[in-house]
Design a protein around this ligand. Sequence first.
Ligand code: C5P
Length: 232
Amino acid sequence: MNPESAADGGRVVALVPAAGRGVRLGQSTPKAFVQVGGTSMLRRAVDGLVESGVVDDVVVMVPDEFVGATAELLPPGVRIVVGGAERIDSVRAGITASPDADIYLVHDAARALTPPALIARIVAELRCGRAAVVPALEVADTIKSVDIMGGVTGTPKRAELRAIQTPQGFDAALLRRAYESAGPGDAATDDAGLVERLGERVRTIPGEPLAFKITTPLDLLLADAVVGARES
Ligand code: C5P
């Protein structure tokens, strides 16, 4: 999209995993293709990345049978790659497809309303020399760990907990190394987790409530209401 950038501090490639089946949303369409305010989540997520003005290339990972439909949904220039069985497999496919990246952003399609300013803040931190940066929000609920029978095994201090969002930003060599050390189908739920396993420091910056992940029917209602309120 922007061939100039390699000269001014490195090429930023956004990887958008959108190959999930999304059963928790209660719809037959894969989650990323469900509409929010008349536009698919995937299109909204990609538009946010483009509007941030800090992304050079966007690579989306989708289920193989959705490659054709995705090309019709997205602006020209966005690359479309077949995703994998688990989120980690989808991100790995995106990394393999973009070996020229200097910085990777990994951004869930399901965080469709993420403000472009948050995306720009993550890239600004990476450009200042940080190697791994993620958006984080304080948690309102008390979080407990439980065993398989539902018995409580612990109550971590709430003040030390954060809910982590995307985009997660990484020095490209570091993210490649993290994925090389992870097995196929690894159960990691985010990319920063793989980097932490290498012993590397991951920094947080303040996240944005609007970067919430649209996962349940209630989330979808909220997202529709946000878009409706913006447009009225
Ligand atoms: O399932 P979950 O909400 O954690 O998925 C987060 C993101 O990862 C979604 O955007 C989903 O489409 C994507 N994903 C993927 N490939 C999978 C599973 C999930 O790209 N196999």
